[in-house]
Design a protein around this ligand. Structure first.
Ligand SMILES: Nc1ncnc2c1ncn2[C@@H]1O[C@H](COP(=O)(O)OP(=O)(O)O)[C@@H](O)[C@H]1O
Ligand SMILES: [Mg+2]
Length: 245
């Protein structure tokens, strides 16, 4: 092997695309409700942030827009580098199943199905075969420390356990981005703390986590707080570092 005496090329520092990039996003509903009024937000890979604001300030609308469940009225939405407005419905479903996990206040579990099935069903659209769906579901339930509740149905689980099943369902798809809308809103304080601990743990393992909450105490426990009022961002602390691009 011959060694070149010239300096090796300096590798370019490639910044990964932000996980979320909203530019001047508005969302209006019929009847003149302006739920989002020109929102710009960048979320980098690995962040753990709160979107916090009073009821009716546009937080859930924001989650639906970031999660590509709803299209904005105007502005651009990029998720995992994709310009969402340019994707077909089928491409959006694929984007969601590959990149985004959802957790909702009221769990959204199927009543007649046990914990493994509830989690495994979340992988249906990711094109995962049945056996692997169930294996991954069990692993995800172990990860949220519900290995002892695999065949329990929602009615046989506490609120905190139901939310952990919902988190397992979200993480079974190995999302880059986890969107949680008031994940502790229906839970007692102790169960809520367990859920928040889990979200911290998933973030530490590499998932970008966005928690939507009206609860200032929960928001203040997270490293970044994006504060909403009347469909606008009124503060973002610590302020997002300016990207060099
Ligand atoms: N599907 C809808 N149709 C009409 N108005 C809506 C709809 N969804 C939300 N809104 C309105 O948009 C505003 C923001 O709502 P939302 O995003 O749910 O706020 P938050 O989650 O902060 O409580 C509210 O005034 C709400 O009534
Ligand atoms: Mg809401």
């Amino acid at each position: 092997m011959t060694l070149s005496t010239s300096a090796p090329p300096v590798p370019a520092v490639v910044r990964p695309a932000p996980v979320v990039e909203l530019r001047d996003v508005t969302k209006s509903y019929a009847g003149g409700v302006h739920a989002l009024r020109g929102v710009s937000l960048t979320v980098e890979a690995g962040e753990l942030l709160a979107i916090v604001g009073p009821s009716g300030s546009g937080k859930s609308t924001m989650l639906h827009v970031i999660g590509t469940l709803d299209a904005p009225t105007a502005g651009t939405v990029r998720v995992a580098g994709y310009d969402v407005g340019r994707l077909s419905d089928a491409q959006l479903s694929a984007l969601r199943s590959r990149h985004i996990g959802f957790v909702f206040q009221h769990f959204q579990l199927a009543a007649g199905r046990d914990a493994v099935d509830n989690v495994a069903d979340g992988l249906l659209y990711a094109g995962v075969a049945r056996k692997e769906r169930r294996d991954r579901a069990r692993a995800a339930l172990e990860r949220v420390r519900l290995g002892h509740r695999l065949d329990h149905r929602p009615a046989e689980l506490s609120g905190g356990e139901k939310q952990r099943v919902a988190i397992a369902r979200a993480l079974a798809g190995e999302p880059d981005l986890l969107l949680a809308d008031e994940p502790t809103g229906a839970l007692d304080t102790a169960s809520g703390e367990v859920v928040m601990e889990l979200l911290h743990e998933l973030n530490a393992a590499g998932t970008t986590v966005c928690v939507i909450t009206h609860d200032n105490e929960i928001a203040d426990s997270l490293p970044r707080r994006v504060r909403f009022r009347d469909g606008e961002i009124v503060s973002d602390f610590p302020a997002q570092q300016a990207s060099p691009r």
